[in-house]
Design a protein around this ligand. Sequence first.
Ligand SMILES: [Zn+2]
Length: 253
Amino acid sequence: MADFGLLCVHAHPDDEAVWTGGALARYADEGARTAVVTCTWAEGTVRAAELERSLAILGAGEPRLLGYADARKPESAPGRPRFLDVPLEETIGRLVAHIRDVRPDVVLTYDGYGSYGHPDHVHAHRLTLAAAEAAGYDQLYPEAGEPWRPRAVYLATIPRSVVVSHWRAVFGDDPPAGQALPGVPDDQIGAHLDVAAWAERKWAAMHAHESEVGRGASMTLLTSLPEPARAQLLGNEWYRRVSYTGDAEVTLG
Ligand SMILES: [Zn+2]
């Protein structure tokens, strides 16, 4: 794990813990360099302070805030544009600067559905793929640092079988026909990470986001699940895998 770098790109404070908290804690413990870029909420807000505590628990350094506004919460960044509305040319350039600064082997973000469909998550996914590719070109964004090419991007998702079994546990029935569900068919999962030994750290990092506990969709869902189901979700992370090396050389898990 010598000089292995891992960078997570998330839309909101709390997603780093919910979606990639196990990977962050595990890789930090194994000696990797880990960092998190968060696209929305500005410095000085309650949620930025909560993010700082979560990152400390996960061993992921200081917040790297892009400081744009949440699609649905203008108070997240007073006077700043919504993350969704900022031209890609600007956001790609800013993310490229973080990628070239951190020099990650692996970049983590949401899957193409934003893990569960939030428009900021979908946008962060698209931005991350574009920036991970752009970061390797010396012709692009020369002012943003020395070119750096990550070896793979991993997209946080959930196997469809797991989503359906938890749906049954919560609602007592199968999802209705036509219901848009998170996740992908099980055979599209590219990596499974066993983070059971880091589940408590992940849960603690999630609870650092006090203002979201009981209000945020992910936190509310997780706290409402029966204990075995919650343990399964906290102790496992699943990813789709986009490789830039053309082989299985870079593996998580
Ligand atoms: Zn989010």
